[in-house]
Write a protein that binds this ligand. Structure first.
Ligand SMILES: [Zn+2]
Length: 567
């Protein structure tokens, strides 16, 4: 048994005090993950570990040596009961970290609980002690738990992998319980908010039962949604039987929420639907090399277009299928997804398989060049899923059927590799899909949306979008007009202007976004004066029609559309 005691008495200074007790191996190594599954960036969680001390059974101080950035070693400790104590600095509000203050105690064990190398399968008990002033806080977690005394909780994990994939929160919470297909669910919200809980429950129940019914069963026995309401933050992280969400409080349903959810609330419902879908796709159905994560280094896969892309396709589609949004809303969400794709010049540079593989150094490390050079495995992956779904339906099958095959395989211990989608499409239709799927995932050729939509009663028309003058995303600032990003193929970038330049004059007039928009629509060459750092530079920008496209997507034949949308 590995036992952690977690105390929050220094919550005002954002400190978590951890005491780990265990029977040590000879030269026992302790290690902390460098990343957390579901978020593909080396986070170096160990940077927040402070003052590590080790003691023997009699309380004598032992030598503990740090020998790698995230690893510590004890010596001659064979079968001794060892205590290791340390503090964790916890002031990261993200769903990946730990956050502690007077309003909330939130811990991802991946960033707080040192693990025992070569004892990863040991059963784990975590005892949580609330400070006297916060004894009324309620607990939310996907882990099994029990509380015999007020202000004290015990959490249980079968092994270390389960522990670090289950965050827990203690806070003043708004919560409700419900059942979906007989499975108990908890929905928990903390932070300042005025959520209409009744409406939330009505919608989330439909979403959950639609997803369970699609797969036929669920890979969990209970499920917990944990949401932190904030001003502007947005994000989610999936776990096997829980999810941690952070959302703008304005995205939560209001007392006066209209029958058709507002765009803000649709975004929150989509986030819930997305993370819940991950319980099947990525937590249970996994890339082969994610079956045992090595949390000491990057875990590469070129398959995130499946795990994030398909999930992004289903998140909104499930909202429609469950009746939570209507068809017009769904078509709008799909249009936005297609516009994002069309307006991203990087789609001509990077394939969606490359984008998956490079998540660690590109997708999770965005900069001013990202849109010019990269494609998103969420965005393009979603549209690849759409193309596959429509293509499979034209041959008498569907992506739903493929998802159920993936689920059945995973139940039999068969996980996903580079060949899986090719093989399953073949199995479902009897056709060879090699060339078609290669085209979607291993080339930067345009997607065949213009050919597929008409088969399902939708017209697909491209029009020019003039929203970016000279290919620049601009913002008026007191010091001038700031270039937030520059499309590589735009008139301004071709003339040499870059992201972070501050434009002060166009054609001898004070630069404003309004003026730039006016000039961009006319033909002509303009002298643009801009500061790069503190140096004034001059550029000759030749205005030309915008290359940007947006799509007009219309249902022309409702009966044909329903063959896809009402499936
Ligand atoms: Zn996701």
């Amino acid at each position: 048994m590995l036992h952690y005691q977690i105390e929050f008495d220094d919550y005002r200074q954002h400190l978590v005090h951890v005491t780990a007790r265990f029977l040590a191996n000879p030269t026992q190594v302790l290690s902390l993950p460098t990343w957390i599954p579901g978020s593909y960036l080396i986070r170096e969680f160990s940077k927040h570990i402070e003052a590590v001390r080790a003691y023997d059974e009699d309380g004598r101080l032992l030598q503990i040596e740090k020998f790698e950035k995230n690893k510590w070693r004890l010596f001659n400790t064979d079968h001794e009961l060892i205590t290791v104590e340390y503090d964790v600095y916890a002031f990261d509000l993200s769903v990946r970290g730990a956050y502690v203050d007077q309003s909330r105690l939130y811990v991802n064990p991946a960033c707080a609980c040192l693990g025992l190398v070569d004892q990863e399968d040991t059963a784990i008990e975590v005892e949580v002690f609330l400070p006297p002033k916060l004894k009324h806080f309620q607990l939310a977690t996907g882990l099994k738990s029990k509380s015999l005394v007020k202000g004290r909780y015990t959490l249980y994990a079968d092994n270390y992998a389960q522990l670090i994939d289950a965050p827990f929160e203690l806070a003043e919470q708004t919560r409700f319980s419900f059942e979906a297909n007989g499975i108990p669910h908890e929905f928990v919200v903390s932070g300042k908010h005025a959520m209409n809980a009744q409406r939330m429950q009505q919608d989330i129940e439909k979403i959950c039962s639609t997803e369970i019914s699609m797969f036929g069963s669920a890979p969990f026995k209970d499920y917990t949604f944990m949401t932190m309401a904030t001003a502007n933050s947005y994000g989610g992280l999936e776990h096997p039987n829980s999810t941690s969400l952070i959302s703008p409080r304005d995205d939560l349903p209001k007392a006066s929420e209209p029958v058709e959810p507002s765009a803000d609330y649709q975004r929150f419902l989509g986030l819930c639907s997305h993370e819940y879908f991950h319980s099947w796709l990525v937590k249970f159905i996994r890339p082969e090399n994610f079956v045992n994560y090595d949390l000491n280094k990057e875990g590469y896969t070129s398959l995130l277009w499946i795990f994030e892309g398909f999930t992004s396709y289903y998140d909104d589609l499930i909202l429609l299928r469950s009746g939570v949004i209507n068809q017009d809303s769904y078509i709008k969400l799909l249009k936005a997804q297609i516009d994002r794709y069309l307006q991203n010049p990087g789609r001509e540079i990077q394939t969606v398989a490359e984008s998956s593989f490079d998540a660690w150094v590109k997708f999770y490390r965005k900069d001013e060049n990202s849109n010019n050079a990269g494609t998103s495995y969420y965005n393009k992956g979603c549209l690849v899923a759409l193309c596959l779904d429509l293509g499979l339906r034209l041959r008498g099958s569907s992506l739903d059927a493929l998802m159920r095959k993936l689920y059945e395989n995973a139940q039999n211990g068969i996980q996903v590799n580079e060949r899986t989608i090719f093989n399953l499409c073949n199995e479902l239709t009897g056709d060879d899909w090699l060339e078609q799927i290669n085209h979607l995932i291993n080339t930067t050729d345009e997607l065949p949306l213009d050919q597929l939509f008409p088969e399902f009663g939708l017209s697909y028309t491209l029009k020019n979008d003039k929203s970016l003058p000279f290919g620049l995303k601009l913002a008026d600032k007191p010091e001038g007009m700031l270039v937030q990003s520059a499309r590589r193929d735009g008139a301004a970038a071709k003339a040499g202007l870059s992201a972070n330049d501050v434009i002060i004059a166009i054609d001898g007039l004070k630069a404003t976004v309004k003026l730039a928009e006016k000039y961009a629509k006319q033909d002509g060459t303009y002298t643009v004066l801009a500061f790069r750092r503190d140096e004034l530079m001059s550029f000759e920008v030749k205005a030309a029609g915008s290359e940007l496209s947006e799509v007009e997507l219309k249902v022309e034949d409702q009966a044909k559309a329903e063959k896809w949308l009402k499936a």
